[in-house]
Design a protein around this ligand. Structure first.
Ligand SMILES: Nc1ncnc2c1ncn2[C@@H]1O[C@H](COP(=O)(O)OP(=O)(O)OP(=O)(O)O)[C@@H](O)[C@H]1O
Ligand SMILES: [Mg+2]
Length: 249
């Protein structure tokens, strides 16, 4: 479904990806793991058209997409739930969700999907009219996912959905990702630093290190791999501002 072939990418003079090749097959959850600065977010930005490769190719369902703008890529069926959620603080939950569907014209389908999302996320139903900034970190993450799904993507790119959430919410985020994959048939490329949880729901995984894929394989194999265990399953977590400003409510 999605293929990256020998992709190089840079921000000015900062090289972020040095020849990344990976594949996501239809129906899979694929985990993309790696430490801070490894190039995980850049890989997702590259797929969603926010970054263009200096070299290499990205194909989606057999067609090259690496020169397309983000709007064109959303229309092809790829949605991106960005790192840090990016919920609009001054808009209501409903308005935030509706923004995910701006590329669509099918009012009836949009209304049906709104209902479907509110059924999937009961918290959001309860908070439909609440403003974005009043939501807890976990609720904002659910809203960001619901907004992504409102585009009806066939491929969902998720950037560290568990970041900064309390352990009980982390579990519920991973369960939700699994449920979306199973019930909606959405293919998922999941960036995570929580390697054990991500590999727990993924079919396969890739490990990035300074812009290169250093390990790839079936999720079960990676979970047992001594190198992965040492580097990523030892509880090493991100240090930066991982704060839930509005904890459990
Ligand atoms: N906007 C930017 N401008 C310049 N350099 C950037 C920018 N974004 C990322 N980089 C650099 O590109 C490299 C890859 O960054 P990227 O954000 O893809 O890593 P990551 O794996 O997502 O890390 P994290 O776990 O911290 O989110 C890093 O060296 C980073 O400093
Ligand atoms: Mg990142």
């Amino acid at each position: 479904m999605l293929e990256l072939r020998e992709v190089h990418a840079a921000y000015g003079h900062v090289t972020a990806l040095r020849g990344v090749s990976l594949e996501v097959r239809a129906g899979e959850i694929v985990a993309l793991l790696g430490a801070n600065g490894a190039g995980k977010s850049t890989t997702l930005r590259l797929v969603s058209g926010l970054v263009h490769p200096a070299q290499g190719a990205v194909t989606f369902e057999g067609r090259p997409i690496h020169r397309l703008p983000p709007e064109a890529i959303i229309r092809l069926g790829i949605a991106h739930v960005p790192e840090g959620r990016r919920v609009f603080p001054g808009l209501t939950v409903r308005e935030n969700m509706r923004l995910g569907a701006v590329i669509r014209r099918d009012a009836i389908g949009i209304a049906a999907d709104m209902d479907r999302m509110l059924a999937l996320f009961p918290d959001l139903r309860r908070l439909e009219r609440a403003l974005g900034w009043t939501l807890s970190g976990g609720q904002q993450q659910m809203l960001a996912i619901a907004r992504g799904l409102m585009a009806r993507p066939r491929l969902l790119l998720m950037d560290e959905p568990s970041l900064g959430l309390a352990p009980i919410l982390v579990q519920s985020v991973f369960r939700t990702v699994e449920q979306i994959n199973r019930e909606f048939g959405t293919t998922v490329l999941l960036v995570e630093q929580n390697a054990s949880m991500a590999l727990g729901i993924a079919a396969r995984g890739y490990v990035l290190e300074t812009g290169r894929v250093v390990l790839a394989g079936a999720a079960g194999e990676l979970l047992r791999d001594p190198e992965v265990r040492e580097a990523y399953l030892g509880g090493r977590r991100k240090e930066r501002g991982a704060v839930d400003r509005n904890p459990a409510r």
